[in-house]
Write a protein that binds this ligand. Structure first.
Ligand SMILES: [Fe+2]
Length: 402
């Protein structure tokens, strides 16, 4: 990498870090525990809201907790505009359709019941509805949303994306096959509800891949250089919980307490990365999502040990620190040995959760240069990663996971 560009990236990240201290990284009002879904009505009453857009996907629309929420709203006189067709990786076109519904029914706020796709869709609908003069494509990047958003209640049904806590919404531009983020503290939902009943029905694969997405958020935030004491604390807490309960939580969905712990871990990882950013793993994974609709959590899980090893010496100290928190008996080992042990522990976790080591034939060789160049553009100069990657580095990693 050109040394001047490297300096530019690091200066850019430093300035952003300093500027971030002046932004409001507020947390949503958090409602946790069994039956917290039932508190939606009182929130609407407190805010004087009577017309709400309720967003979900076709599968969740038939789930018991969702039906109960909808019934509770409708029998209490709330006018509900239902959108139940959210697709994975919501597209700009779909978001525009929901915006039209929001305006047509004169909605006053949104309730998002679903995984990251539903919550991200609702965030952008909220942003577009209060900023009608800014086209969604122009919201790409940082701080492009001018006006305050209507009330958004996020109810995650996976324990992974952390979207209920973050400044980001990821959208897909079907025209260019690009998947990119809109980042603005105004996108942080006003309320997040973590009722374990909403994640109890998650099947093994979904619980595993979304949990590993949360692990990737926490690790990428922790190894980056934009941490605050709070983001470090949140990341470490999430990593400890995920290593301790994720496998059990996937294998025993009836154990509501384990699911509850994973919800909180995913939320904490969200709080960590929304201030301290993700990194090259997400830059690589987003292109796999944009090009092949490759599931986000699965892409991260496959990439996580590969990229951590690729970082080499630049992450040894931090990974050794995480290893010593998880395995205090290893503190006499060298930094390299501890870092290597931490990466091996991730691989063991991946094996237990039936994550393959490669994406196999999902990547077309001809797509690698363009995916690598887009990963480069996503990561640089924004992400405060331990080591800046060149397009060549990104290409090498795509080849490694094929
Ligand atoms: Fe993620």
């Amino acid at each position: 990498m050109n040394p001047l560009y490297r300096i530019y990236c690091r200066v850019y990240q430093k300035i952003l870090y300093i500027a971030s201290a002046f932004l409001s990284f507020r947390e949503p009002t958090l409602l946790v525990g069994l039956n917290s879904n039932q508190r939606i009505l009182s929130i609407l009453q407190e805010n004087g809201l009577k017309r709400m857009l309720l967003a979900t996907d076709a599968f969740l629309a038939t789930s018991e907790p969702f039906i109960r929420i909808r019934q509770q709203l409708e029998t209490s006189g709330i006018q509900v505009t239902l959108f139940s067709d959210t697709l994975p990786n919501p597209s700009i076109q779909q978001i525009e359709t929901v915006c039209s519904m929001y305006r047509k029914h004169d909605c006053q706020g949104l309730i998002a019941y679903g995984g990251g796709s539903v919550i991200d869709l609702a965030k952008v609908v909220a942003a577009a509805s209060s900023n009608p003069s800014t086209p969604i494509r122009k919201m790409r990047g940082l701080l492009k949303i001018r006006h305050k958003l209507p009330l958004l209640i996020a109810i995650p049904t996976t324990a992974g994306t952390g979207s209920e806590a973050t400044v980001a919404a990821v959208v897909t531009d079907e025209d260019t096959k690009e998947k990119y983020a809109i980042n603005d503290p105004k996108l942080i939902p006003k309320v997040a509800i973590l009722d374990p009943i909403n994640v109890q029905g998650m099947p093994f694969n979904l619980a595993a891949t979304t949990g590993l997405d949360a692990l990737t958020h926490a690790i990428e935030a922790y190894i980056g250089s934009a941490n605050t004491p709070k983001t470090k604390r949140m990341a470490v807490s999430a990593i400890k919980t995920i290593f301790t309960v994720l496998v059990d939580s996937c294998q025993r969905p009836d154990q509501i307490d384990l699911r509850s712990q994973m919800q909180l871990a995913a939320y904490q990882a969200g709080v960590a990365f929304t201030r301290a950013y993700v990194g090259n793993i997400h830059a690589l994974a987003h292109q796999l999502g944009g090009f092949y609709h490759f599931p986000h959590g699965l892409a991260n899980a496959i990439l996580l040990p590969v990229v951590l090893r690729y970082y080499g010496k630049s992450v040894h100290k931090k990974l050794a620190g995480l290893n010593s928190i998880l395995y205090p008996e290893h503190t006499k080992l060298s930094l390299f040995e501890q870092a290597e042990h931490f990466i091996s522990a991730i691989q063991t976790l991946n094996n237990q959760l039936k994550i393959p080591e490669k994406v196999l034939d999902r990547i077309q060789k001809a797509d690698i240069p363009i995916m690598a160049s887009r990963a480069f553009c996503e990561a640089n100069p924004l992400y405060p990663v331990p080591k800046l990657f060149t397009t060549g580095d990104f290409m090498a990693i795509y080849r490694e996971i094929m």
